[in-house]
Every structure is written in structure tokens, then in C-alpha cells.
Design a protein. Sequence first.
Length: 338
Amino acid sequence: MSVFTRPDRHSVAVLVRDGVLPIEAGIVHRLFGQARDASGAFLYEVVTCALTPGEVRTDTDFTLNVAHGPEALDGARTVVVPAADADYGERPHTPIDHGLGAALGRIRPDARVASICTGAFVLAAAGLLSGCRVTTHWRSVGFFRALYPHIDLDPDVLYTDNGRVLTAAGVASGIDLCLHMIRADHGAAVANDVARGTVVPPHRDGGQAQYVRRPVPEPERSGTAHARAWALEHLDHQPSLRAMAARESVSVRTFTRRFRDEMGVSPGQWIAQQRLDRARQLLEETGMPVDRVAHEAGFGTAASLRQHMQAELGVSPSAYRRTFRGPAASPRSGVPAA
């Protein structure tokens, strides 16, 4: 018998291990647990499970009382594996013993599986990351590569999405990953509402490079915030790299270097993501024709927008709108009121 009692909701199981980081388990409950549709109905049912029900040690001075065992994994449509203190240390690794291996074997073939921080070691040891592009905490990159040299590890991103398998880099990027999954399931409007309720940004720019300890830069450095703010206001005019650099009164080369250091991505990659986010917002919240959406988001033509959405999201603008434009969206063309 399934431990999930609400078949109308997407079932999420959080698999905790001895020494779990409780904040990471809490992130999953807090974010998925807030998501509601336009009528106010909850969209997810989240349960916590362990290899053995009962008291589970955390990496703090309190324990978790977990009601469910690995049978919770049988009916889960999404399984999330947080980090545990066994993943850290001089030579962190997560051997898959019989109990953990048997538990992971209960996950449905069509279920989505995600790790937070060094939870990626568990998925890797179980063979779930073969052929995937993954990430883990930047401090554990060297150990991960030594243990799993065949796995494509990207240490510079906050999270990765391979379709069925997803990984997040660290504690806070677990928030980014959960919001990403909610956005993929139910659209930006629902994810943004969850982000507001949690008082976090709905989308963070850059990657782990922002958080790796570096030498203090020379005082000549300035940020790129003014150029980014200006670019967001002028997406429909397709702001160029040269124009952005001019906003900061520096050369293109200097601006590009500063931008990558500050944001973790190139200006071109950042602009592309902002355009896509803007197009998704307009498709969800307005009745604008697709060609106007393309113009407002800086893609120029509907054909260009279709090409980018197909490449990044695997759907056309029309299909995306049918999926995510809720009944509360205004039927009028134009940008909705704030």
C-alpha cells in the first residue's frame, strides 16, 4: 500500500540517510509543499523516508523521527537524495550496501531522481549518473572525479537537468533545483509564487564560480549591475556586448572578463537566458501573438523564438503556452499589470 494518500498530487519522496543535513531535507518540503495552482489547491505531496523508519541522526544536535521506510520510494514520481555527513571527510565516498542499493532499486523507472550537494555520490555509486552531466559541491569535485572519472562532472553550475536525473551543487542550490523542477512541472508563475513565499529569487544567475574562494581583486574593479539592469530594460532592442560595455565605460574585453567573474557565465549566455525567461513570462501571462512575444523578448522573429525554445525546452511557443498559461491569465494582448 502506498504511503502517498493524495493521488491528485505529484508524489515526492525525500530519502534521508544517517547523518543527513536537515536543511536540505527541509528545503524539499518547504518549496514543493508551498506550490499551489491558480485555485489554491496544493500540487505536491512530500514524504520523508529512510532505510529503516524511526530516529535518524542528523549532522546537528537533533534527530529526525522518520515515519516511512523505503516503501515510500515505490510510488514516488520524484525522489530527492540530500547530502549526509558520511559524504564528507578526507576521502568522501558513499558505498552502496545491500540496504541502500535495495532501496534505490525500488524507484520507478519513470520517476525523476535528484540529488542535493554530495547526494550526487549516492546516485553515482548506484549507477544512476552514467551518461549524465552532473554537479556536486565544489569542495568535493576532486574526490568525485577520482571515484567516477567516467561521469561528466561540471563544477561550474548550480544544478544540472538531464531529464530524468538532476543534481544540485550545494545547500542553497538545492533551492534553485527545486524551483527549477516546479517551474518545469507547472510553469514560471507557480515557481515564482513559491520563491516569493520563501523570500528567495526565482532564478539565480551564474554558477558555483561565484562562491569559490578567490584572491581579493584589485580596487580598479567595478561591477556590471548597471549594464545588466539596462540590458533587461532593452531586451526588445537586442542589446549588444559593445553597448553593455559602454554602460560601464570599459572595453569589451574588460567588461567580458568582469561579467564572467561576477556572474559565472558569459554576457551572451546571460542575455540568452534573460530573453528565454522573458518569452516564457509573456507566453504564460499574456495573450500576445507569438511574433510579438518574440519581438518583446529580443528574439526578433517567431521562427527564432521557436528555434530557441525547441532547443532549450523541447517545445514550441504555442505548446508551452497551452501547457502553462493558466485560466487567470489576461486574454488581452500586452504586458500584464504588476
